[in-house]
Structures are given as C-alpha cells and as structure tokens.
Design a protein around this ligand. Structure first.
Ligand SMILES: *Cc1c(COP(=O)(O)O)cnc(C)c1O
Length: 410
C-alpha cells in the first residue's frame, strides 16, 4: 500500500529519473511537498509519526487534553515550579521592569543585569568559579562542544546521551564516537586508543539519563578522564533540583571532577533556558567565542528571573526536592522494578505499537503517560517514560501502579 501510494505520486527513484530525462520540471515547492508527504506516510506505516496535542497544564500535576482532565506523569516539571506563585510573580515582575525580550545578543545590548546574578547563584550552588546562561539546553550543548573541540579531536559520547550532545559533537567537526551506555571498560579502551589518534578528547554524557532515569557513574568516568587527559562535560538537565539534595548528580560522586557542568532551567526549575558551570577562564572563553551565545539573542529577562526564583525555592525547601525521587521509588517498589535513581522511570514495552496501546489504556484511566518511540529511544525499546513530581500524591501513584501492572512483562 505504501509503495503504491508512492507510485501514484511518481516518487520512486525510477520515475523521478525518467521524468528528469524527459526534461519535465515541477516547481520546487511541489516536489518538496511530495517529499514531505511520502516521508510522513512512511512514518505512519511504522507508527512513528508524531503529532502535537494541545495540552493545557492546569497546575504542576493536572493537565487538560482532548476535553479531559488527566493526571500527568509526563511533565519534566519535577518540582511543580512552572505554576509556583513566587516563580510566576518573579517572571511577571521582570517583564514589567525589563520588557518581554532582551533586544539583542548578550554581547551587544542584551546583557540583562539578571543574568550575572543568576550565573553567580548557579556557580555558588554547583561549587564552580563561574557560569554562563544560554537560551536553551539544546543551544548550550550545540555551542559548548564546538567551542572546545574541532577537527583532529575526539568526542566520546555515551550512546544514550541526549540528542543535543550529539548535535554539538557533530557540529564540532571532531571525530565522534559512542561508548556503550555506562560501560567503563568500553570508555577506558576508547580513551586509551584516542590518546594516540586524537589531539584532545572530550567525554560527554548525561548525568541523569533523560529516557532511562539512571545515573552515569561520574566518579569512575571522571577518574578515567583524568588518567587519559580528557575533558568531561556532564548534562544534568534531569539532575538539578532532584538528586544530590537538589545540587545535581555530581554531588552523589564526591570525587567526580566535571570540567563543564551543564544543565537546564526547563525541567525541575519549571522555566526555560540553560547554563554551564566551569572555571573562570573557561566561562570567559565561552562568552567570547561560543556561537550560540554570540549569534543568538539573550534569554528573555523573565526566564532569568523565573530561574532565580526557582533556585531560591530549591535551596529553601529540601522536602520538596526530596519528593520526586521518593514518589518514583513508591512505584518501583510496588512493581518490584529496579529502584528509581531519579524522577524518571521507564516502562519498556518494545514496539511502538505496544507503547501507543499502553498509553491509550492509561489515558482511558485518567493518567497521562506519553509513549516514547524511536528515534528518541533506540529501536525496539519504545516505552512509557514516567516522570514523577513533588505534587503527586500517594493515591495518584497507587492508581498509576495498578494501571501499569498489566503492561509489565507482556
Ligand atoms: C531537555 C534536555 C535538554 C534540552 O534542554 P532544553 O532547554 O529543553 O533545550 C538537554 N539535555 C537533556 C539531557 C535534556 O533532557
């Protein structure tokens, strides 16, 4: 059916070359549309097409979708700070004072005074000399990695690391290689080989893996990096505010030395934007050279103000910070799954079709658990990715437990 659909639009390669040889020209926009349509049909046939579903988030936990109220286990708003009164008030006040946008690149006139306040607070919390804020996590990794590596260098990336680490590594022009997920023997061997073939080596990993919720063994990774003169970048988007007493995953490994400690404001901080902490000279170099700082508009001031207010909450409320992990463990304990290491718990289901069916079943029961499919996760590992927040009650989690139970080990 798929092929015949292609055929009727003349999209098989044979037909295209035939058309070319006959000298027919179709408008470029027309062939682009045909290309997109064919790709969409291909994705449909594999259950891999994604669509945007309007979702009104009512508070940190409840959402409204398709006219129904659902308890969400899919938001990264681990501390429910998207709707926290102090965070919202700070954002609103910053818009009043500074306007809706920053008006230019930070290096021109976009250097809002809130940025340096936020950077100082982040650096203090994470135990670094300095920090730099970015427009988003994706921009941060896409910019930082090419700032420090290029042709002749080697970037070693955990195979399950976030897409924006891969984007940054590819953009750098360095040789890029993956090591097996959390496999220290594999990383060690690749580092030793890299020492003779590459000028410099950067190792990049998530601290908390976004789709699996497990932790990178940062103590061991850091030791291997030091032994092999490699630099280490850790993306702790899902660690900040959740693990290590809210400071992040490196805090759980006291001997870990992370050269570039990156994270975002978009998960537990409930806002938008990102940061990297490092030594003073490293940050100064980023601010003068990183393309996603230099050639992009500064973060809107409201985002910086919201992140500052969120950090105040995180430092003042250790009970709130402890809850997402506690809630995740309530589910893993009840279902005898490996104990949760973060606020993220994957329920592996295999094929995309199964994940879609499980998600629909949960939704029928009033629970939102969005299915995660390739290419976000490797083929054959489609899953429900459950995300727990401070605001989930025991009763909500117990409902989820009973809804998920029939889907385990099918
Ligand atoms: C969400 C995420 C990002 C991207 O951050 P944005 O601010 O949403 O662009 C980067 N890294 C990891 C591990 C993430 O989960």
């Amino acid at each position: 059916m798929l092929m015949s659909h292609y055929d009727c639009f003349g999209l098989t390669s044979g037909r295209l070359s035939e058309r070319r040889s006959l000298g027919h020209r179709r408008p470029v926009t027309d062939t682009l549309t045909a290309f997109a349509s064919a790709k969409l049909n291909e994705l449909d046939a594999k259950n891999l097409r994604r669509t945007l579903k309007p979702t009104r988030r009512i508070d940190g936990v409840w959402v409204e979708r398709g006219g129904r109220r659902l308890i969400s286990f899919s938001c990264n708003d681990y501390l429910n700070l998207t709707h926290h009164p102090a965070v919202k008030a700070a954002a609103a006040a910053a818009i009043e004072t500074h306007g809706a946008g920053s008006g230019a690149s930070r290096l021109i006139t976009g250097e809002n005074p809130l940025f340096s306040e936020l950077e100082a607070r982040l650096a203090r919390l994470k135990g670094y000399e300095a920090a730099c804020v970015f427009g988003s996590g994706y921009l941060a990794n896409a910019g930082i990695i090419p700032t420090f590596t290029g042709p002749g260098d080697l970037v070693l990336v955990d195979e399950l690391a976030h897409a924006c680490i891969w984007a940054g590594a590819t953009l750098s022009g360095a040789q890029v290689a993956q090591f097996r997920h959390n496999d220290m023997d594999d990383l060690g061997q690749r580092l030793i080989a890299g020492r003779t073939s590459a000028r410099r080596i950067l190792v990049a990993t998530d601290g908390v893996f976004s789709m699996d919720g497990d932790l990178a063994p940062l103590g061991e990774i850091s030791r291997l990096c030091r032994a092999n003169d490699a630099w280490l970048l850790v993306d702790d988007a899902h660690g900040l505010g959740v693990v290590g007493g809210g400071v992040g995953s490196a805090k759980l490994f006291p001997d870990a030395r992370v050269d570039l400690a990156m994270g975002t404001f978009s998960k537990s901080l409930g806002g938008y934007g990102a940061y990297v902490c490092a030594s003073g000279p490293v940050i100064d170099f980023i601010k003068t050279r990183t393309r996603t700082v230099v050639y992009t508009t500064g973060l809107p001031p409201a985002n910086a103000a919201a992140a500052l207010a969120a950090l105040v909450v995180i430092e003042a409320e250790p009970d709130r910070v402890a809850r997402p992990l506690r809630n995740a463990r309530r589910l893993t304990d009840a279902l005898s799954l490996p104990q949760a290491q973060s606020a993220v718990v994957p329920i592996l289901l295999g094929e995309a079709q199964t994940a879609l069916a499980a998600a629909q079943d949960l939704e029928d029961k009033g629970l939102l658990a969005v299915p995660i499919r390739p290419p976000t996760v490797p083929a054959g590992t489609a899953r429900l990715r459950l995300a727990f927040s401070a605001g989930h009650t025991d009763e909500m989690i117990d409902r989820l437990v009973e809804a998920v139970r029939p889907w385990l080990r099918r």
